[in-house]
Design a protein around this ligand. Structure first.
Ligand code: SF4
Length: 233
């Protein structure tokens, strides 16, 4: 029997990136070893077997939430691309594709997982900025764009000018490679426990303007609507 480590499955409106505003079903994997210091889902880090679910149960939950109306699934985490998740992730994707779901996978920007990226409809690929203290190599990013740029966006959480400049540097590097150009979305950081960071949003928008508007700046609207701590929204 195929089993998966699942933190939660819920229906919500996509709150960030280029698909903002679209109703989706989110499947959040449990387990991540990447360790971004400003992670807003640290409860998903532990590979705790108490979160084990059967594939049949996951599919049934998705179908109940779907009501045959919402046919989009976003697979997130945690880190759904951790090697220990990949076999069950592939089984999940194949089951969902057989039921005609459009599938986005959220990728942490630390791996290119061909056997997963080949079978999903879209990949949201992170560029990890310095404030995360995790590194996305520019070479890996270029390899990702060469193979999957036709169905991808790049997302970067930006806390400050250093984050913006690192993202611009990677963007500029990608432009010099012979790879498809994709939307790059900057997400101004909005951390749990802080008040709405209006100044940070303005700074990111203004930096983008001063660098010639290379990026789309898209905040996380679910945090504006519900606050940065609220889950399952
Ligand atoms: S990859 Fe995602 S879940 Fe893992 S630490 Fe980073 S932000 Fe958190």
């Amino acid at each position: 029997m195929t089993t998966l480590l699942i933190n939660s499955i819920y229906r919500a409106t996509e709150g960030e990136g280029i698909h903002i505003g679209i109703p989706q079903i989110f499947i959040r994997f449990q387990g991540c070893h990447i360790g971004c210091v400003n992670c807003d889902t640290k409860d998903t880090w532990d590979f705790d077997p108490a979160f084990t679910k059967s594939l049949d149960d996951v599919i049934e939950t998705v179908e109940v939430l779907s009501q045959d109306l919402i046919k989009r699934v976003s697979i997130t985490g945690g880190d759904p691309l951790h090697p220990s998740h990949v076999p069950s992730l592939i089984a999940l994707i194949n089951e969902l594709k057989a039921r005609n779901y459009y599938i986005n996978v959220e990728a942490a920007g630390t791996r290119v997982v061909k056997e997963v990226f080949d079978i999903v409809d879209f990949v949201s690929y992170d560029f990890k900025t310095p404030s995360t203290q995790v590194k996305t190599s520019k070479e890996l990013l270029a390899r990702f764009l060469a193979e999957y740029g036709h169905k991808a966006q790049i997302k970067a959480v930006v806390s400050d000018k250093k984050d913006f400049e690192a993202t611009y540097d990677a963007f500029h590097f990608a432009k010099t490679q012979n790879v498809p150009q994709v939307p790059w979305c900057l997400t101004p950081c909005y951390e749990p426990g802080e008040a709405f960071p209006m100044n940070r949003f303005q700074q990111v928008i203004q930096l983008n303007e001063s660098f010639g508007l290379p990026f789309r700046v898209i905040g996380q609207q679910h945090k504006w609507a519900y606050g940065p701590e609220e889950r399952l929204v």
